[in-house]
Design a binder for this molecule. Structure first.
Ligand SMILES: Nc1ncnc2c1ncn2[C@@H]1O[C@H](COP(=O)(O)OP(=O)(O)OP(=O)(O)O)[C@@H](O)[C@H]1O
Ligand SMILES: [Mg+2]
Length: 445
């Protein structure tokens, strides 16, 4: 889906207002000509993406989403679906698109009052001309999915508001279109069901590969669902980015204030927080190399990896020194696995428990179990603070974010055990974020 320079102005002199806006007029300047609900919106939604539009009430979200299925025509600009300009096609083709390609769950969903829940859910297939038995079967599956199995034969008036909204969702799912447009689809649900629906939607999306545009003014919902999020203010899109980008680098104060009370523990992931391990040694290196590496990095423990960089555990300085005195030549017996590693996609919340098990930074591994970084405890705490409240925390994280030398560090450390100052510097990159800038300059006492 491609949206290009789309404007929507309500009012009789909308064209004139659009021209003035393009020439630089503000929303207030054109107020006498009409209400500028959407101003110069441009974005693309990839196939299989969940794109969230977020913003305060009246910022233009519903207006924008209604233009995505041709329900409303933009005052100016184009909306393309699978390459086709949906405002350039005839009425019949447009109806076809709405029935077969794009379904919409509205903010205030109208069900047909004299039909059962099941019939309501089956309605899109009825319009498509599908036989009764088949469409009812599909509708039942959708009702199961939204937890309304036992309500199929009731009338809408016998349902609660949240349940009715779920019928709306079931109806959209029944239609089985590639694109789902959802306008505050979960807002009327109570928190537990809402969470469940969000999880179902993500699951559904990954299973069926639907393209979803989801409107919400709930930040945590936006952060949970969105591959990318567009933030709207007064008709304009002021930022588009991943939830992490929006959290850690808000485009302006409006966005920063908006995200200030997000539950950051659910959004930030290990990969966005991790630093390079201060000391890492290959298993094939001996105690002498391990000891040297730790000394150079001024740390008491080193992460041990095997040939393919899979994490094997840690060795402690004191034990390595004892082993050296005893004439041990291998690290094998010294490696301890008393650290719990987290996956690089683990949320902040999932890192807390492992962080309590040891004072050492929590190791972060990829899907193959390879060590890709570590999260020091202090970084966990800093990550809880919104960037606009604590600018320095943000800067330090950015300074230490350069994790791609992990490979180099491992290789250098393996190839040239501690005889080169470069190897030691690379391995000792960042034990703690507060020290990161000093460490990376290579200054050591
Ligand atoms: N049919 C309409 N006629 C005139 N003005 C409209 C119409 N629909 C919306 N507007 C105006 O356009 C602006 C944006 O409205 P819109 O419904 O898109 O906001 P929203 O972001 O969806 O808000 P909410 O979160 O409250 O649903 C508002 O100022 C509204 O008054
Ligand atoms: Mg709305």
């Amino acid at each position: 889906m491609q949206v290009e320079n789309v404007y929507k102005i309500f009012g009789r002199r909308s064209g004139e207002a659009a021209r003035k806006l393009k020439a630089g007029a503000t929303r207030a300047d054109v107020a006498s000509l009409g209400t500028a609900a959407v101003i110069d919106a441009s974005f693309e939604v990839a196939k299989g993406e969940i794109f969230v539009v977020m913003g305060l009430s009246g910022s233009g979200k519903s207006t924008l989403i209604r233009m995505l299925n041709g329900l409303w025509k933009p005052t100016s600009g184009t909306v393309r679906l699978g390459g086709q300009d949906i405002n350039a096609v005839g009425a019949k083709k447009l109806r076809d698109i709405r029935q077969k390609s794009v379904s919409m769950v509205f903010q205030h969903f109208a069900l047909m009052p004299h039909r059962t829940v099941l019939d309501n859910a089956a309605y899109p297939l009825e319009i498509q001309g599908m036989g009764k038995a088949q469409r009812l079967e599909k509708a039942r599956t959708a009702l199961d999915l939204v937890g309304l199995t036992d309500w199929a034969d009731k009338l809408p008036s016998q349902l609660s508001g949240g349940m009715r909204q779920r019928v709306g969702l079931a109806r959209a799912l029944t239609a089985d279109t590639d694109v789902l447009l959802m306008d505050e689809a979960f807002s009327a649900l109570d928190p537990l069901i809402r969470r469940e629906m969000q999880e179902q939607l993500v699951e559904l999306q990954s299973k069926l590969g639907k393209t979803i545009v989801f409107i919400t003014h709930d930040l945590n919902e936006a952060m949970f669902l969105g591959d990318r999020i567009a933030v709207m203010r007064d008709g304009r899109i002021v930022q588009i980015g991943s939830s992490e980008e929006i959290l850690s680098d808000p485009a302006n104060d409006y966005v920063a204030q908006f995200v200030a009370d997000v539950d950051r523990t659910r959004v930030l992931t290990a990969s966005s927080l991790m630093h390079r391990p201060a000391a890492m040694v290959p298993l094939s290196a001996g105690p002498r190399v391990a000891s040297r590496t730790m000394r150079e990095a001024q740390v008491q423990a080193a992460y041990v990896v095997d040939r393919s960089r899979k994490l094997r555990g840690v060795v402690y300085d004191s034990e390595v020194v004892d082993a050296l005195r005893a004439g041990t030549t291998s690290l094998e017996t010294l490696v301890r696995d008393d650290l719990t590693a987290v996956d690089q996609d683990a949320s902040l919340a999932e890192i807390f428990l492992p962080a309590t098990e040891s004072p050492l930074p929590v190791p972060v591994t990829d899907s193959e179990g390879r060590l890709v970084g570590v999260v020091p405890r202090v970084v966990l705490l800093q990550a809880m603070v919104p960037p606009h409240l604590e600018d320095s925390a943000h800067d330090e994280t950015a300074a230490a974010e350069d994790t791609d030398t992990t490979d180099a560090a491992a290789q250098t450390a393996a190839a040239q055990p501690a005889t080169s100052a470069g190897a030691a510097d690379a391995a000792a990159a960042a034990p703690l974020p507060a020290d990161a800038s000093e460490q990376t300059t290579g200054e050591r006492p």
